[in-house]
Design a protein around this ligand. Structure first.
Ligand code: ZN
Ligand code: ZN
Length: 324
């Protein structure tokens, strides 16, 4: 977060140690959630910070919070920030694949679309892929790894010209590795709240990228990582800043290990923020996510969602519950 309005995720090469991170106390976490009793009775239950939401762990030496000072964004601060909000005429999230997606090392684009639709409860449309010519987007060879990389600002400039009239935002998704400036090593993604465009790379999610062997279900791992980063980065497009309160998909991350250790779900504070801005039915959101997780055989995430849904008394549960 070097420039106002820009949110950058996972920057390798940022080595300057910052002040020690103080984990918020239970009372501070409760205060950050604000008065959940202002919400509907169902949402109040789903926002209750119980054992399903472990407080954020102390950062390891190379973790995001060991290297970056984050003061936290409580619910009230978020509400007062008047973040971008989907409007009647701007309610669609567009995904624009940039470059090739080979089946062996890429996430399934229809699956990415379905996950984003469930997570944000908005219409998500997949645009036909844009195939840049060889010299487009200021490609370079990474001076250390030799990896071919594209410049994020150059892609953003292009994306701004492609924003559909009814778009809430336009997200470029690419299998090319990215760099945000010549002095940087790489970046996973970059999003601009003001300009409503973002660019995310899925280049580093295949174990092969890290010279690690592929497991039998490595494609599921690629999809899981891609979904997690898409959820995290797109949450920034709704004005959510990094979460410092609970283990949460909106926690800052310095690399793949840290991202892998983060949960796939939102903590109560971040759920309340996203609900405030999008205004979805929180039960339906969990049901849609459960359906997606079950289809993907991500049973740990599926079971977690089921436990959330089970908190709601049966008379408040829609009939469709049984079909999950
Ligand atoms: Zn981030
Ligand atoms: Zn959170």
């Amino acid at each position: 977060m070097k420039l106002l309005g820009w949110l950058l995720l996972a920057l390798i090469g940022f080595t300057q140690a910052r002040g020690k991170f103080e984990r918020p106390s239970e009372n501070e976490r409760l205060q950050a959630l604000g008065n959940r009793f202002e919400e509907s009775s169902t949402l109040q239950i789903l926002l209750t910070p119980d054992d399903e939401f472990p407080p954020i762990q102390p950062p390891r030496p190379s973790d995001w919070l060991a290297m970056h000072t984050e003061t936290g964004q409580n619910f009230e601060k978020y509400r007062d920030s008047h973040a971008n909000q989907p409007e009647e005429t701007h309610r669609t999230i567009y995904l624009l694949p940039i470059g090739d997606y080979d089946e062996e090392s890429s996430p399934s684009l229809p699956d990415i679309r379905a996950y984003a639709a469930a997570f944000f409860q908005m219409e998500v449309k997949l645009l036909p892929a844009y195939l840049p010519h060889e010299l487009e987007f200021e490609p370079r060879q990474n001076p250390h790894s030799g990896q071919r990389q594209l410049l994020t600002s150059s892609i953003r400039t292009f994306l701004k010209t492609q924003l559909p009239a009814d778009a809430y935002c336009l997200l470029g998704i690419t299998m090319s590795d990215l760099y945000p400036a010549p002095s940087w090593n790489f970046v996973f993604g970059e999003a601009s709240l003001n300009e409503r465009v973002g660019i995310y790379s899925f280049a580093r999610y295949d174990p092969v990228f890290w010279d690690e062997p592929r497991s039998k279900d490595y494609r599921s791992l690629i999809l899981q990582r891609s979904c997690k980063v898409l959820a995290h980065e797109t949450a920034h497009m709704f004005g959510l800043q990094h979460c410092i309160y609970y283990e949460c998909v909106v926690n800052g991350s310095n690399g793949m290990n840290e991202t892998d250790a983060e949960p796939q779900h939102l903590c109560p504070i971040c759920l309340r923020k996203l609900h405030h801005t999008i205004g979805f039915d929180a039960m339906k959101r969990y049901e849609d996510l459960a359906r997606f997780y079950r289809h993907q055989k991500w049973f740990e995430d599926y079971d977690w969602i089921q436990r959330q849904l089970e908190k709601i008394p049966s008379e408040k549960q829609p009939a469709s519950r049984d079909s999950l």
